[in-house]
Design a protein around this ligand. Structure first.
Ligand SMILES: Nc1ncnc2c1ncn2[C@@H]1O[C@H](COP(=O)(O)OP(=O)(O)O)[C@@H](O)[C@H]1O
Ligand SMILES: [Mg+2]
Length: 268
């Protein structure tokens, strides 16, 4: 099952969510792959991978038709794998837009299909760049679900319209997998402030079924864990480790529920 972690706003917790939710699922015995789609390669770094110039990355998968299996590396966490990104992804969107042959947004989907990648993992997460660009479009096309991390502030709230539109566009596009919004996830949440509480209420009442009940509270454990390149569950218990535990449970409940609804709808 492939899930894109997407929001065109930067610094809202996409890479943090990708790495810690993926780890949460690995801790429960699932085999998980994190695909880093971002030139900033934060998920790659967070997972402790050092990628050299000669190492194969997502760039080679997208542009040279490389079998993704050849660019997948194991991490320090058993059962958690990473298909890394590097700075080479900086010009990826431009290259995709110049693509004359294939549908530019279908490259990742086609690669996963050709090399039967997703069936080998229980869960695949795509950590998207902070942009509504052709790279994100590739991720949304290859994904069945989308998680949208966001802050409980005014700018994030108004930007959600663009995020939902991009997901709907990918869903209508028809060249990849059918995608549905799994949930909006409030990250870096300052539970003590009135503004954050009000914005959380507004977001969840606007799209109630699409907002995760779990919120990821602001916690010093997150920057600490990024600093040492280890997920929060490897550090002493913290609000962040508790919240990602809860999120892991809610993710499993939500994906099962949606899978059942889809089965019913298709009459299988
Ligand atoms: N719950 C949190 N508590 C404290 N800091 C956080 C939290 N979530 C994210 N951050 C900080 O915000 C920064 C941006 O997060 P990141 O996951 O890299 O965002 P994105 O991938 O959307 O750009 C990180 O440096 C991280 O330390
Ligand atoms: Mg990121």
């Amino acid at each position: 099952m492939v899930t894109a972690v997407f929001n065109h706003k930067g610094g809202v917790g996409k890479s943090t969510t990708t790495v810690n939710l993926a780890t949460g699922l690995t801790n429960r015995g699932y085999k998980v792959l994190v695909v880093d789609m971002d030139a900033q390669h934060n998920a790659t770094d967070y997972l402790g991978l050092k990628v050299s110039r000669s190492d194969m990355t997502i760039y080679d998968v997208l542009f040279d038709g490389l079998d993704p299996h050849k660019a997948i590396y194991s991490t320090a966490i058993e059962g958690l794998f990473c298909l890394p990104a590097s700075e080479r992804m900086i010009n990826a969107s431009l290259r995709l837009n110049q693509d004359q042959i294939a549908i530019p947004s279908a490259r990742l989907f086609s690669s996963f299909k050709k090399f039967a990648l997703s069936s080998e993992y229980d869960y695949v997460f795509l950590d998207c760049p902070s942009d509504l660009d052709a790279v994100s479009a590739n991720a949304l096309n290859a994904a069945e679900y989308c998680i949208v991390p966001c802050f409980a502030d005014r700018f994030s709230k108004s930007g959600l319209v663009n995020v939902v539109t991009a997901i709907e566009k990918a869903a209508e596009n028809g060249c990849g997998t059918e995608i549905s919004l799994l949930g909006i996830l409030l990250c870096n949440f300052r539970s003590m402030t009135k503004t954050a509480k009000r914005n959380l209420e507004e977001i969840s009442s606007a799209i109630p079924e699409a907002t995760f009940q779990t919120v990821i509270r602001q916690s010093a454990a997150i920057p600490d864990s990024i600093e040492i390149c280890k997920p929060v569950s490897c550090l002493p218990k913290s609000p962040a480790s508790e919240d990602f535990e809860k999120l892991t449970t809610e993710f499993l409940v939500r994906t099962n529920k949606i899978a059942q609804i889809t089965k019913l709808a298709s009459g299988k």
